[in-house]
Design a protein around this ligand. Structure first.
Ligand code: NAP
Length: 357
């Protein structure tokens, strides 16, 4: 098995390379800048004890070069954000090269674009495309699938993300936020009665975390789970939130110059302080709440573990061709059990009263 990593020299890309090396999976490094790619290749080659790594140069505006760079690999992991700008070209090339495709995108509209644009092409090529294989969307989407086995019919699913710790976001994450800032500020898409809509007011403004004495304020935020969950669950309404205190930080204007002056991303020590709690609340039509809770540390390290396992499973076990949500591509219990072995724990609880307001 050989997996190509596009954007291999970026912050997230290098964590993915390290995870591939740790798992002993053969890799090809692909990117647009020879010098930066060579540096990443040297680092990973040395770490893996394999000497020089396989590397190819291809820009996103050169379709033929991208296809040639991916050809012969079983899957592509795309880490080159902002995806809104460059992602579609990489998906198109992966499909043309007959490679399965996953990416680390957190950009909600881009995730929807991948479903809307590439489903037919992927089916015809016999490959599987799973966008947003990151620390939030994969466990959240898989848990939602398990919740739907416990409660039905479901009126609503609300996904809420809480992250604490030092070091903040990587420069690449900030660039993705700036690229999609209008959607971020407006709260992004909700799913309502069979379609995705912008501008729907949030149903929830506060959420009570497990064991917390009182609710925490949240604001609507464009997470990819809103795009993936309704593809495998019959539900009337899906919306997503983040901690209002974290969202408030985005009110500070960010220019490309400010982002360039920041550290590339959290240090290894900072990453050890990261804690995330993702809540997936499913409300039945008769008011029952089933809550999935995902907890872990180190969002970027977790994304590397998840993206590599997501690509590895497509390459080793296959899935239905097309563009799929995580729960359509992977067995939910099996993937979540794998994640539990890697420090990402999950629980499901059923209660009669609503824990959110
Ligand atoms: N939960 C989540 O939502 C989540 C979690 C983790 C990561 N992510 C996403 O993962 C992405 C990567 O983050 P990062 O911190 O690794 O960013 P980064 O350090 O800036 O790396 C970005 C990589 O993409 C490449 N790239 C960017 N634009 C490109 C283009 N137009 N054509 C070709 N290559 C391009 C860069 O190449 P050069 O070096 O040549 O510029 C670099 O290799 C971000 O979008 C981030 O939001 C999301």
């Amino acid at each position: 098995m050989k997996i190509a990593v596009y954007g291999a020299n970026g912050y997230q890309g290098r964590l993915v390379l390290a995870e591939l090396a740790r798992r002993g999976i053969d890799m090809r490094l692909v990117g647009r800048n020879a010098t930066r790619l060579r540096e990443a290749a040297t680092t990973v080659g040395t770490a893996a004890g394999t000497g020089d790594a396989d590397q190819r140069i291809a820009d996103t505006d050169d379709h033929d070069a991208l296809v040639a760079a991916f050809r012969g690999c079983d899957a592509v992991i795309n880490c080159a954000g902002p995806f809104t700008r460059s992602g579609p070209a990489v998906v198109r090339a992966a499909i043309a090269a007959e490679c399965h495709y996953v990416d680390t995108a957190g950009e909600q509209l881009y995730t929807k674009t991948v479903f809307d644009t590439f489903a037919g092409d992927a089916e015809r090529a016999g490959v599987t495309v799973v966008p947003a294989t990151n620390d939030g969307c994969v466990p959240g989407d898989l848990i939602a699938h398990l919740l739907a086995e416990r409660v039905h019919p479901i009126e609503e699913i609300a996904v809420s993300h809480f992250i604490t710790g030092a070091g903040g976001f990587s420069r690449g994450s900030l660039r993705s936020m700036v690229e999609t800032i209008d959607a971020v500020k407006a709260g992004g898409l909700s799913y309502d009665d069979g379609d995705w809509r912008a501008g729907t007011p949030a149903r929830h403004t506060a959420v009570t975390l497990p064991d917390a004495p009182q609710p925490t304020d949240v604001v609507k935020c464009p997470l990819s789970e809103v795009v993936t969950i309704p593809r495998h669950i019959e539900v009337r309404h899906v919306e997503s939130h983040v901690d209002a205190a974290v969202a408030a930080q985005l009110n500070t204007p960010l220019t490309p110059e400010i982002i360039d002056s920041l550290p590339e991303g959290p240090t290894e020590e900072d990453r050890r302080t990261h804690r995330f709690t993702y809540l997936i609340d499913a409300f039945s039509r008769d008011g029952q709440l089933v809550r999935g809770v995902v907890r872990g540390h180190d969002t970027y390290g977790s994304t590397a573990v998840i993206a590599v396992e997501a690509a590895r499973r497509l390459a080793a076990e296959g899935a239905k061709p097309g563009v799929l949500a995580p729960a359509q591509a992977y067995d939910a219990t099996s993937f979540l059990t794998f994640l539990a072995l890697h420090g990402i724990s999950w629980t499901i609880t059923v209660s009669d009263t609503r824990a959110t307001s």
